[in-house]
Design a protein around this ligand. Structure first.
Ligand code: KIV
Length: 308
């Protein structure tokens, strides 16, 4: 609970209102307004009900059901393998856990590249079936820009994603920083501008030098969300499992870890296994009891059964 002044004149409002009650669902106009006011935007990924609840409780602005779920929760070694059906299952679970943040669904590899029609059809599924507020797609070449434009024209907000685009990481030379030479940097800036012109409401900048991010931010009117792009972007995004340490290994150079939950989970499950093996668990407090009369009746009935 947090205290808010009673500003609703004429209405009987308790002096102390749950923080949630004062929050409004995030919308595109509210995102634009926050950006205009220079307030940093917070985005985090989520893939299920508990991660969505954590994002909701932290009052983040945007939640991305990222195709990184292919790696973080499905155990693939890249984002390429995840299917639309799989990501929709994750997105529906996230939707059930979210009320206020703006929810963005990632279009999986192979679900939007073939044609504008394919891209629009997939985007509709994320909105209709999973309740996403917007979709995200990777890249800023002519194909990605065309797909973004088609989806926006169909009425669905689109977030762009430039720099390190994991779906095509192999073509980019692996998971490494992008736009490190002037030519590639210029191409990235132009590509991000093209995404904005196509109607994207925001663009993710991933793993690029801060100077390239600054140049991009300066040329865009829509908010940029950075991940490994330095401090100049309008907001930041981190992968839930990276920031909470639910993984083996550290992750990208840009990851700031705020907890070590994998270690805590390992220790918790190991303690449970040890308690079962040493008969420390369960204790009396974990048992269900039966009324004595019912227990007597049961014993009597069992005595009538043929021996085991
Ligand atoms: O899938 C994902 O998690 C992403 C973020 C890294 C932006 O695309």
């Amino acid at each position: 609970m947090s205290s808010h002044p009673n500003t609703l004149a004429g209405l009987s409002v308790p002096a102390t209102i749950p923080a949630d009650a004062m929050r409004l669902p995030m919308t595109m106009p509210r995102l634009a307004e926050k950006h205009r006011l220079g307030e940093k935007l917070v985005m985090v990924t989520a893939y299920d009900f508990p991660s969505a609840r954590a994002a909701e409780a932290a009052a983040v602005d945007l939640v991305l059901v990222g195709d990184s779920g292919a790696m973080t929760v499905l155990g693939h070694d890249s984002t390429v393998a995840v299917t639309v059906e799989e990501l929709l299952v994750l997105a529906k679970a996230v939707r059930r856990g979210l009320s206020n943040p703006f929810m963005v669904g990632d279009l999986p590899y192979g679900s939007y590249e073939i044609s504008d029609e394919q891209a629009v059809a997939t985007a509709f599924r994320f909105v209709k079936e999973a309740g996403c507020d917007a979709v995200k797609l990777e890249g800023c070449g002519p194909m990605s820009v065309a797909r973004a434009r088609a989806i926006v024209q169909a009425g669905i907000p689109v977030m762009g994603h430039v720099g390190l685009t994991p779906q095509t990481a192999t073509a980019l030379g692996g998971y490494r920083a992008q736009a490190k030479d002037a030519g590639a940097a210029l191409k990235l800036v132009e590509g991000a501008v093209a995404l904005e012109e196509a109607g994207c409401f925001s663009v993710v900048l991933e793993a690029i030098p801060s100077i390239v991010a600054e140049a991009t931010v300066e040329r865009l009117h829509v908010p940029t969300i950075g991940i490994g792009a330095g401090p100049s972007t309008a907001g930041q995004v981190l992968v839930f499992h990276d920031l909470l340490g639910i993984r083996e290994g550290r992750g990208g150079k840009f990851v700031q870890r705020y907890a070590d939950l994998q270690e805590e989970m390992n220790a918790g499950v190991a303690a449970y296994a040890s308690d079962v093996r040493t008969k420390v668990y369960p204790q009396a407090e974990h048992e269900y009891a039966m009324e004595p009369a019912e227990a007597d009746a049961l014993r009597a009935a069992l005595a009538q059964l043929p021996p085991a």
